[in-house]
Design a protein around this ligand. Structure first.
Ligand SMILES: CC(=O)c1nc(NC(=O)[C@H]2CNCCN2)sc1-c1cc(O)cc(O)c1
Length: 128
C-alpha cells in the first residue's frame, strides 16, 4: 500500500546515492561500465555474472531491488568478478582497486544504512 511505496521510494533514493558516490570516485572508473567482452575475449569464460555501476543504476530504476541486501549482492559482484578475472600477478593494479571498492562500499553502508530501515524493506519483501 501507500506506506510500502514510500519505503521503496526511499530505498531507491538511498541506493542511487550509494551508487553515485562510487561512480564519482575516480579510482573506480574501471567499474563504471560493463567490461568490454570484445576487448577482453576471455572475460565471460571466467566471470559468470558480470556487473558494473551503470547496470546497478539501471536495476534501481527498474525497481529490481526491494531490500538493501539484494542490491549489495549485485554490488559485491563488481569487486568479486574483478578479483577472479585478475588473479594473476599482472592484474594486481585492478585487484587493489577491487579491494578499495569493496572496503568503500561496505564503509558507506555501515555509516549510512539504518538497520531499522532495512528491516522494514525485508518485511515488505516477506509480505509479497
Ligand atoms: C574491470 C576489470 O576487471 C578489468 N580487468 C582487467 N584486467 C586486465 O587487463 C589483466 C587481465 N589479465 C592479464 C593482465 N591484464 S582490465 C579491466 C578493465 C579495465 C577498464 O579500463 C575497463 C573495463 O571495463 C575493464
Amino acid at each position: 500500500e501507500e506506506q510500502e511505496e514510500d519505503t521503496l521510494r526511499e530505498l531507491r533514493l538511498f541506493l542511487r546515492q550509494v551508487t553515485e558516490r562510487l561512480t564519482y570516485d575516480r579510482r573506480f572508473k574501471v567499474f563504471t561500465k560493463p567490461v568490454d567482452t570484445k576487448k577482453f575475449q576471455d572475460y565471460r569464460k571466467v566471470v559468470r555474472w558480470p556487473m558494473d555501476l551503470s547496470t546497478l543504476l539501471t536495476n534501481i530504476d527498474r525497481n529490481r531491488y526491494i531490500t538493501v541486501s539484494e542490491f549489495v549482492e549485485d554490488a559485491d559482484l563488481i569487486w568479486q568478478n574483478a578479483l577472479k578475472y585478475n588473479y594473476l600477478k599482472s592484474g594486481s593494479n585492478i585487484r587493489h582497486r577491487a579491494s578499495a571498492f569493496k572496503d568503500t562500499l561496505h564503509a558507506i553502508l555501515r555509516e549510512d544504512l539504518d538497520e531499522e530501515f532495512e528491516r522494514e524493506c525485508q518485511d515488505i519483501k516477506r509480505r509479497r
